[in-house]
Design a protein around this ligand. Structure first.
Ligand code: D5M
Ligand code: FE
Ligand code: ZN
Length: 563
């Protein structure tokens, strides 16, 4: 492997799951055999090190140890590296409340809006409960009647800061106990079962799987379990195996009945209940009803006591050649105008930076190759928005934290780089309660899986909010283990949606989509990265430079465009 240039060294390290500071890269590039040096440095690096320093390189060169040094990112980070504490100081004051806009006369190009009595979204909706309103930017279902271009006048006035409140719950940061061992997987699935089966227990009279076979043939019976297997039979029926803490039991969904269509919605490892009749030999349940933990239809979200708004964004991807810096500045400038006075909160659902070594050949499209420089530039970009904004950030799959979910928040070093706004930096997922409105923030890697596995009318990439409805229905942000989504087994399943949120905010798929599911507002927030070569090759057409603005007093949404 020719490794004569620092960029190649960065790429080779990234392939091993490491970042390195510039001096370390230079030291490696200057050795006689950089490939061999990388092997040695990787081998000698302390467990859990995310970034290699010049000290690591020197120590490895001095020790003269040699080995093959191949360690996957997953093995290396398997649940033991997060040590930071996500608690934030409630008494803080705004760092820079008196900023004035760089260019307050700019106008935002366009807006689209929805309201509670907006367009009815009939296609593919939950058959029992049509969503109240929903929208995507690519379909003509968007009601833009109230959304003529708005002139921006005057500059931002900061209101009474004492009215603000932000509370964070469900954050893994500093709580990680997992070691990646088999027992941890047993523990996390047991916790998932305990907490989700509790939500189903009131609805069915279930029996432990291990005892169902002892019941008389023909009995009415119910079972609650994690989906262990879904298989079609030779006759076109579906065999679904459910597992609880006592064993597994097969349930047959006969073809042609309404219930068999629900099998399409099942993902492995999600928790469901099945009710039906036991076969004569007590070996199988003929399923009559399938229950998901779901959100109660009667759910009534909380709202703020005053007119105040939050901007919901994600996928900024600073460091990518496709990062749309000018559009970002237009967004930041708009926030400095009087029109944006009610916007007091900014939520960022992951992928702050492009990262390094995330996808094959990603480095060919990097504008900034050093991960720390990427965060420094992101921090500069963030300084463009008003200093009084309350900012909440979670990491995504491009960020420099462990990839496996739940992801802990940025470590101390990265917090130091992004310290300007005194942002609340928390794990993925986290629930952020803003003036009484609970917002479940999750980056959204599992959406890829939900979209790939489910029929298009239930989940597709042009309507990401439909995939989010499925996660709400399953009461779990990433039900299926394996595939794209990597699970870090912890004592507790942080990915269970224990309490129904008022708002569910995700990103990752780079498409805007929003709508209400049983009165919960689901918002997927688009991106600030123009189409990449990879996205072009697979026909992903991202929604770039839109900012969903949420009214916290009504839970209505306005999507603002800064293209
Ligand atoms: O992901 C943005 C979207 O694009 C998300 O739906 C995954 C998909 N994506 C992007 N690049 C790749 C590669 N190389 N393989 C598979 N899927 C990909 P983001 O996390 O922002 O890159
Ligand atoms: Fe992204
Ligand atoms: Zn992502």
């Amino acid at each position: 492997m020719p490794l004569e240039t620092p960029v190649r060294v960065v790429r080779a390290l990234a392939n091993r799951g490491y970042n390195a500071d510039r001096e370390a890269v230079t030291l490696i590039a200057e050795t006689a055999d950089p490939a061999e040096t990388i092997d040695r440095v990787v081998e000698a690096a302390p467990d859990g090190a995310l970034r290699l320093t010049s000290d690591h390189v020197r120590a490895a060169l001095d020790a003269g140890t040699g080995s093959d040094g191949t360690t996957s990112r997953r093995e290396r980070t398997g649940g033991t590296t997060d040590v930071t504490d996500g608690t934030t100081d409630a008494t803080r004051t705004s760092a820079d409340a008196t900023r004035t806009p760089a260019d307050a006369t700019r106008t935002s190009a366009d807006t689209t809006r929805t309201s509670a009595d907006g367009p009815r979204d009939a296609a593919g909706s939950d058959p029992e409960d049509p969503p109240v309103s929903s929208g995507t930017l690519t379909r003509n279902s968007v009601d833009d009647s109230g959304g003529s271009p708005v002139e921006t006048k005057g500059s931002r006035t900061v209101g009474d800061l004492s009215l603000r409140s932000v509370e964070i719950t469900g954050d893994i940061t500093g709580q990680s106990t997992g070691t990646g061992e088999y027992e941890d997987f047993v523990a996390v699935f047991r916790d998932r079962y305990e907490r989700l089966s509790k939500q189903l227990r009131g609805r069915v009279n279930h029996r432990p799987a291990g005892t169902i076979g002892d019941m008389p043939g023909g009995s009415e019976v119910a079972t609650i379990g994690l989906v262990n297997d879904v298989r079609s039979t030779r006759n076109g029926h579906w065999l679904v195996e459910l597992e609880d803490t006592t064993g597994t039991f097969p349930c047959l969904f006969t073809k042609g009945r309404d219930i068999s269509e629900l099998v399409d919605e099942l993902l492995l490892d999600e928790c469901v209940a099945v009710e039906g009749r036991l076969s004569d030999d007590s070996g199988i349940i003929f399923a009559d009803t399938l229950y998901f933990p779901d959100v109660p239809r009667t759910y009534r979200p909380s709202t703020a006591d005053r007119h105040v708004q939050a901007a919901l964004i994600s996928d900024v991807h600073v460091g990518s050649q496709e990062f749309v810096g000018e559009a970002w500045s237009r967004f930041a400038d708009w926030l400095h105008t009087a029109e944006a006075d009610p916007v007091e909160y900014l939520l960022i659902a992951g992928d702050m930076v492009e990262g390094v070594g995330v996808y094959p050949n990603q480095d060919e499209e990097l504008d900034i190759v050093d991960i720390y420089e990427q965060y420094e530039t992101f921090s500069e970009r963030l300084k463009e928005v008003p200093g009084d904004l309350e900012i909440v950030m979670i990491p995504g799959n491009h960020d420099a934290v462990r990839l496996a979910e739940p992801q802990p928040a940025f470590d101390e070093e990265l917090r130091g780089i992004m310290s300007a706004h005194d942002a609340r930096i928390t794990g993925n997922p986290s629930t952020v309660t803003i003036e009484g409105v609970s917002v479940l923030m999750y980056h959204g890697v599992s959406l890829d899986e939900v979209i790939a596995e489910l029929p298009a009318e239930k989940a597709n990439c042009d309507e990401p909010h439909r995939a989010m409805y499925q996660l709400l229905k399953k009461r779990h942000v990433a039900p299926q283990y394996g595939g794209h989504m990597r699970l870090a087994p912890e004592e507790r399943d942080y990915l269970v949606i224990e309490d129904v949120p008022d708002v569910f905010h995700t990103g990752h798929v780079h498409k805007i989509g929003w709508g209400k599911y049983h009165n919960v507002l689901a918002v997927n927030s688009g991106c600030w990265q123009a189409q990449t070569a990879f996205q072009k090759s697979v026909n992903i057409d991202p929604d770039v430079a839109y900012a969903p603005i949420l009214d916290l007093d009504t839970l209505d949404m306005t999507v603002r465009k800064f293209v």
